[in-house]
Design a protein around this ligand. Structure first.
Ligand SMILES: C[S@@+](CC[C@H](N)C(=O)[O-])C[C@H]1O[C@@H](n2cnc3c(N)ncnc32)[C@H](O)[C@@H]1O
Length: 406
C-alpha cells in the first residue's frame, strides 16, 4: 500500500451522493461532499480505481498546493514558487484548465494564461528554456481552482472528461452524456434487478450504461488513456492489479435489455456502439415506434429514457408527450418508467402524475428526472396512497428531490 493523499472527484449537479457512495465502495477514506465535487483520500491504487470505475465522476484531481491570492501578481508569484521540476521537464508538454469563483478574478482564461506564464518563466529562470504548451494532448494537465481568495493547484489524473468512456463510436442527433446517463440510472435505483427498456434509445448510451451497471463492468474499462499514465510516478503494475481486481467483480445479468428507435440509421448506430462495448449478448435493438409497442412479459420492467425535448429534435410536444403517457398507461402495466426531460412544460401533457421528480441538468438545460409507476393488473398509475417502499426510498433522497405531487 502506497501513501495516502487527498483527491477531488468532480461530478454533475445532484450526483454528489451517488459519487460519494461509489468512492466508498471502492475503499476511499475521509469522503466529504461539496458542490459538484467529492473530496476523498487514498493511495495511487485508489486513484487508478476511481478513474477506471466511478460512473458519476467527470475528473479525478490530485491537489498539490494551495495559497492565498487577491490579484494576478500574487497568482504569478504563488505559481512561480512551486518546484515544477517535480512534475514537468523540458521534453514534456503541459496545459492549464482554470475555474474561478472569486470576487478578485473574473476570467478563468486569464487565470490560465497567467499560470502558464509563471510556469514557463520558472523553467526559463532555472534552465534557460521552457516546456511547450499543448492544449489538446499535453503530458501534464494542471487544474487551477480559485475560490474567493484561495488558489488550489491540482494535477488532473484523468485528462479528457471521464464521460468519454471509449465505447461510443457513433452518435445520434441528441446523445446523452455518459456520466449523466449513469447517474440517472443510479438515481432510478437500477442495479440489474429486472428486464430493462429504453424505448427511444438513440445511439444506445442509456442501454450501454445500464448493462455496465447490471454486470458491474467498470465504467472506463474501454478507455485507453488516463492523464496519470504520463506522470513521473505512474505505476503500470499497480494499475493492472487494480484493473484485474475490478474485473473480478463483473457479474452476469440474467434478464433482457431492449432498445427501440424509429430512426433506422440511429438504431444501427446503437447496435454498433453496443457491439463495440462488447454488450451485444445483453442488449437487443429494434427499429420500432414506442407508441405502437407493447410490453412483452408480465414481469416487472424498468424503463429509463430521454425523449426529444423539441430543442434539437423537432416534435409536436403536446401530442408527443400525450402519446408517451397513453402508451405507458395502456401497454406498460407493471413497469417503473423513468424519463428525463428539459421540456418542463411538456410534462403536463403526459397525463400521469409522477411519484418522484429529481432536479438535474442535461448540459446547460435545466431538467427533471421523473418516475411513473405503472401498476400490475391496472391501467392506471398509482399516485395516491403510495406504498411504504416509496416512503422509505424518498427519505434517503437529497435536496435535489422535489415534491412529486405538484
Ligand atoms: C433525445 S434522443 C435519445 C438519445 C439517446 N439517449 C442517446 O444517448 O443517443 C431521442 C430519440 O428518440 C427517437 N424517437 C422519437 N420518437 C420515437 C418513437 N415514437 N419511438 C421510438 N423512438 C423515437 C429519436 O429518433 C431519437 O433518436
Amino acid at each position: 500500500m502506497g501513501q495516502n493523499f487527498k483527491m477531488v472527484a468532480k461530478t454533475l449537479f445532484g450526483f454528489e451522493d451517488l459519487l460519494a457512495t461509489e468512492l466508498a465502495d471502492l475503499g476511499a477514506a475521509h469522503i466529504e461532499k461539496g458542490t459538484r465535487v467529492v473530496h476523498f483520500e487514498g493511495d495511487s491504487g485508489m486513484m487508478y480505481k476511481a478513474n477506471l470505475a466511478c460512473r458519476t465522476a467527470i475528473k479525478v484531481l490530485k491537489p498539490i498546493h494551495s495559497f492565498h491570492v487577491k490579484n494576478e501578481k500574487m497568482l504569478y508569484q504563488g505559481i512561480m514558487k512551486m518546484d515544477w521540476t517535480e512534475y514537468l521537464d523540458l521534453e514534456k508538454t503541459f496545459a492549464i484548465d482554470a475555474t474561478v469563483f472569486s470576487e478578485y478574478f473574473n476570467h478563468s482564461k486569464y487565470v490560465a494564461l497567467k499560470t502558464k506564464d509563471a510556469i514557463a518563466d520558472f523553467f526559463v529562470e532555472k534552465m534557460g528554456k521552457r516546456p511547450d504548451v499543448d492544449t489538446e494532448n499535453p503530458h501534464l494537465r494542471i487544474n487551477i481552482h480559485i475560490a474567493h481568495d484561495t488558489c488550489t493547484v491540482s494535477l488532473d489524473s484523468s485528462g479528457q472528461s471521464l464521460h468519454q468512456r471509449g465505447y461510443r463510436q457513433m452518435t445520434g442527433y441528441a446523445p446523452i452524456n455518459e456520466v449523466l446517463a449513469a447517474g440517472l440510472l443510479l438515481h432510478s435505483g437500477w442495479f440489474g434487478q429486472s428486464d430493462f427498456l429504453d424505448p427511444m434509445c438513440g445511439s444506445g448510451t442509456i442501454l450501454i450504461e445500464a448493462a455496465m451497471i447490471a454486470c458491474n463492468i467498470p465504467a472506463n474499462i474501454n478507455r485507453e488513456y488516463f492523464a496519470c499514465m504520463d506522470w513521473a510516478c505512474w505505476d503500470e503494475d499497480l494499475f493492472e492489479q487494480m484493473r484485474e481486481l475490478l474485473m473480478k467483480k463483473i457479474r452476469d445479468y440474467d434478464f433482457e435489455m431492449r432498445g427501440f428507435d424509429t430512426n433506422p440509421k440511429v438504431a444501427d448506430f446503437a447496435k454498433e456502439n453496443i457491439e463495440y462495448a462488447g454488450l451485444e449478448d445483453y442488449i437487443k435493438i429494434a427499429k420500432q415506434d414506442f407508441f405502437k409497442s407493447e410490453k412483452v412479459k408480465e414481469e416487472k420492467l424498468h424503463m429509463l429514457f430521454n425523449p426529444p425535448y423539441d430543442e434539437r429534435l423537432e416534435i409536436n410536444t403536446e401530442y408527443f408527450y400525450e402519446d408517451i403517457g397513453n402508451t405507458l398507461k395502456k401497454h406498460y402495466a407493471n413497469s417503473n418508467a423513468w424519463m428525463i426531460t428539459a421540456n418542463l412544460e411538456a410534462l403536463k401533457f403526459v397525463g400521469l402524475r409522477p411519484s418522484r421528480k429529481i432536479h438535474c441538468f442535461n448540459g446547460a438545460l435545466e431538467a427533471r428526472l421523473v418516475k411513473y409507476e405503472m401498476w400490475a393488473g391496472s391501467k392506471r398509475t398509482k399516485f395516491q396512497n403510495r406504498g411504504e417502499d416509496n416512503k422509505v426510498e424518498n427519505k434517503a433522497e437529497n435536496n435535489t428531490e422535489e415534491q412529486a405531487s405538484e
